[in-house]
Design a protein around this ligand. Structure first.
Ligand code: NAD
Length: 369
C-alpha cells in the first residue's frame, strides 16, 4: 500500500536526464496502478552542478542525499568539463557522494538476457544464461590510500605513487555483504585478490576466511586476479558472487559487463553504512557513463537506468513484486524484438529512448492486467 519513500534523483549530465525521464514514467505508472507513492527530490551533481553552482557536489545535494532513503543517479561527465582542474571535475562529485555516504559496497550484476545473448563477443554457449554478481569494495584500497601523488626527483625525473591499504573492518564489512547476498542466491562466493604479491591482499584473504567461518552454508573460494580475468572470459558461469578490492573490482566488473555485450543494459547499486534507524544508505546508477556522443538525440537506451530503479525497489525497499514487474517488463520488451540503437540486431525493431519507455509502460500494463 501507500508509503512515503524518500528518493533523491540526480540525473547528472549527457544522456542522464533523458534516461531518467523514462524512470519518472515508471514511477507515475506505479503511483497510479500499484498505489506506491514516492516522495522525490531532484538534485544537481557533476557538470550540471558545476554549471549552476561552481562545484560538482553542492552542499544542498549532500543534505538531500543524507535525508533520502535511496538515491537514483544518471551519469556525470562530458568533454565540456574535461578542461577543469582534476579536483573540480564532474567525476569528483560522484567520488565525493560515495565517500560522504560511506558507500563501500558496489554491486554490479552481469546478466545476459536471452534475447540479447548473441550481442556478446563470446560464443553463445559460454554466456547464455549468465547471471553473476560482482561486489567491488568502493571506498578503500589504492584509489583512496595515502600517501599519494607525483613528486619531483633529483635530476629532473618524477616519481608517481599510490598506496594500497585495507583495514580489518573494511574487509570484514564487504565480506559480510558478499556472504549475505550469496545466501539469497546460489550460496557461492569467490574472493579475488593478489595474495601472492601484495601484502594488503594477503590480509584481505585472511580476513575473508574469518568472515566465511560465520557462514558455514556458503562455499567460499579464492582466486588471484590475473586468473580471475582469464576465467571470466573462459568460463564465466563458474562464478556466482565475486567479491574483490576497489581496483580489481573496477577492472573485472567492466570485463564482466562486456560479456553481456550491452553497456546500456547494466544497472548497479552502491550500499553503505546503516544509520541509527537501521536504514542503509544506497545509490543506484547505470554502469555506463553520460554518453556525450549521443546525448540530446533521443536514442539512448534507458533500460540500465530502469533496471537500476528496479534494484532500488528490491534492495532499499524490499518491494520484490514491483521489482519483478519491472524486470519482467524489460525481458518482454526485448523478447518482442524492440531495440535501441546500441543493442540493435538483424530483424529487430529500432526504437527511440521514449519509444522504449512506451513499450515498458505497455508491458507493465499487461503484467498488471
Ligand atoms: P560511456 O559509457 O558514456 O559511453 C561509452 C559508449 O557507450 C559510447 O559510445 C556511448 O554512446 C555508449 N553508451 C553508453 N551508455 C549508453 C546508453 N544508455 N545507450 C546507448 N549507448 C550508450 O563512457 P565514456 O564515453 O568513456 O565516458 C563518457 C563520459 O561519461 C566521460 O565524461 C566519463 O568520465 C563519464 N563516465 C561517467 C560514469 C558515471 O557517471 N558513473 C561512468 C563512466 C563514464
Amino acid at each position: 500500500m501507500s508509503t512515503n519513500n524518500k528518493l533523491l534523483f540526480l540525473p547528472g549530465d549527457g544522456i542522464g536526464p533523458e534516461i531518467m525521464t523514462q524512470v519518472w514514467r515508471v514511477i507515475d505508472w506505479m503511483d497510479k496502478r500499484r498505489s506506491v507513492t514516492f516522495d522525490i527530490t531532484q538534485g544537481l551533481i557533476g557538470g550540471a552542478a558545476i554549471d549552476e553552482t561552481g562545484v560538482p557536489l553542492p552542499d544542498e545535494t549532500l543534505e538531500a542525499a543524507h535525508a533520502a532513503d535511496a538515491i537514483l543517479m544518471g551519469a556525470v561527465g562530458g568533454p565540456k568539463w574535461e578542461v577543469l582542474p582534476f579536483e573540480v571535475q564532474p567525476e569528483r562529485g560522484l567520488l565525493g557522494i560515495r565517500k560522504e555516504l560511506g558507500l563501500f559496497a558496489n554491486l554490479r550484476p552481469a546478466i545476459v538476457f536471452d534475447a540479447l545473448a548473441d550481442a556478446s563477443t563470446l560464443k553463445l554457449d559460454i554466456v547464455k544464461g549468465l547471471d553473476i554478481m560482482i561486489i567491488r569494495e568502493l571506498t578503500g584500497g589504492i584509489y583512496f590510500g595515502e600517501p599519494r601523488g607525483i613528486e619531483d626527483m633529483d635530476g629532473g625525473d618524477r616519481r608517481g605513487f599510490n598506496t594500497l591499504t585495507y583495514t580489518t573492518p573494511e574487509i570484514q564489512r564487504i565480506g559480510r555483504v558478499a556472504m549475505d547476498l550469496a545466501g539469497k542466491r546460489n550460496k557461492r562466493v569467490c574472493s579475488i585478490d593478489k595474495a601472492n604479491v601484495l601484502e594488503a591482499t594477503v590480509m584481505w584473504r585472511e580476513e575473508m576466511v574469518k568472515v566465511g567461518e560465520a557462514y558455514p552454508e556458503i562455499e567460499l573460494t579464492h582466486m588471484y586476479v590475473d586468473n580471475a580475468a582469464m576465467q571470466l572470459v573462459r568460463n564465466p558461469k563458474q562464478f556466482d558472487v565475486i567479491v574483490t578490492t576497489n581496483m580489481f573490482g573496477d577492472i573485472l566488473s567492466d570485463c564482466a559487463a562486456m560479456l553481456t555485450g550491452s553497456l546500456g543494459m547494466l544497472p548497479s547499486a552502491s550500499l553503505g553504512l546503516s544509520d541509527e534507524r537501521g536504514r542503509q544508505s544506497a545509490l543506484y546508477e547505470p554502469v555506463h557513463g553520460s554518453a556525450p556522443d549521443i546525448s540530446g538525440q533521443g536514442i539512448a537506451n534507458p533500460l540500465a537506468q530502469i533496471l537500476s530503479f528496479s534494484m532500488l525497489l528490491r534492495y532499499s525497499f524490499d518491494m520484490f513484486k514491483d521489482a519483478d514487474f519491472v524486470d519482467q517488463a524489460v525481458q518482454n520488451v526485448l523478447n518482442l524484438g524492440l531495440r535501441t540503437s546500441d543493442i540493435m540486431g538483424e530483424g529487430m525493431t529500432r526504437v527511440s529512448t521514449s519509444g522504449m519507455g512506451d513499450a515498458i509502460i505497455n508491458e507493465l500494463d499487461k503484467l498488471a492486467a
